[in-house]
Write a protein of this length. Structure first.
Lengths: 117, 121
């Protein structure tokens, strides 16, 4: 694993750690807002993590051209992961009925029509 | 038929195709009032990372006859934008959590002070 310099390794590890932390914070955000639909975003962020792990694996093997299929796998996880992000965002957006004020979470008392997760 | 599919499913095509659902993701997240502002900025910043990899990859190939991942300075430099955007997403949701919690604390305390506003902490 020497094709990447140490600073470049640190940059990669940092971005993966940050993504994992973000997933945890999104999960807590669901609880803080009282809107359980945010949990779908946390789940939706997982395939991207698998893509990141594929990339790191390929870098670990010094970007071996014989392992190029790993990068194709990374691209597939990225495509899937972006679809799950889009689906989650759509689901969260759908949870808002008209009359919800910007910046406030739709609570059950204010929006009785909103279905419960 | 399977040869055509095999020709189409390349890493380049998969990466290119992945951009479209990401734009849809941004569309709905932007229109969700509850999305923390800094987190949204971070998710948009990821597009900067994607856009930067294009000229970086081209330069690596044309000027240095290498893949971007094999040119350490360009590779690390481009990846730094992903690190930046992920930091913004994480901090953004942390801020969002803090704001939601202080807002609900303020609401919870308001019954103690029905005729005036609660003391600010």
């Amino acid at each position: 694993m020497h094709v990447l310099s140490l600073p470049t390794w640190w940059i990669h590890i940092s971005s993966v750690v940050e993504w994992i932390v973000a997933i945890g914070l999104v999960w807590i955000y669901a609880q803080a807002t009282g809107n359980p639909r945010w949990r779908w975003l946390a789940w939706g962020m997982l395939p991207a993590l698998l893509g990141a792990m594929s990339a790191l694996t390929w870098h670990y093997f010094d970007n071996d051209p014989d392992l190029d299929w790993i990068v194709t796998g990374q691209a597939a996880w990225t495509l899937l992961g972006n679809c799950t992000l889009a689906g989650a965002a759509y689901w969260i957006w759908r949870g808002y009925s008209p009359g919800t004020e910007p910046g406030r979470s739709p609570s059950a008392e204010e929006n009785p029509r909103r279905d419960h997760e | 038929m399977s040869e055509i599919v095999g020709e189409l499913i390349t890493k380049e095509n998969l990466f290119a195709a992945s951009l479209f659902p990401y734009l849809i993701f941004l569309w709905f997240l932007t229109r969700t009032p509850e999305t923390p502002r800094l987190a949204l900025i971070g998710f948009y910043m990821l597009l900067v990372f994607v856009i930067i990899t294009i000229p970086a990859g081209i330069y690596a190939q044309v000027a240095l006859d290498s893949a971007l991942a094999d040119v350490d300075g360009l590779h690390g430099g481009a990846e730094a934008f992903l690190t930046l955007s992920n930091i913004l997403v994480a901090v953004g949701f942390k801020q969002g959590i803090d704001r939601q919690r202080s807002a609900s604390e303020t609401k919870a305390q308001s019954w103690l002070y029905p005729d005036s506003s609660p003391p600010q902490s």
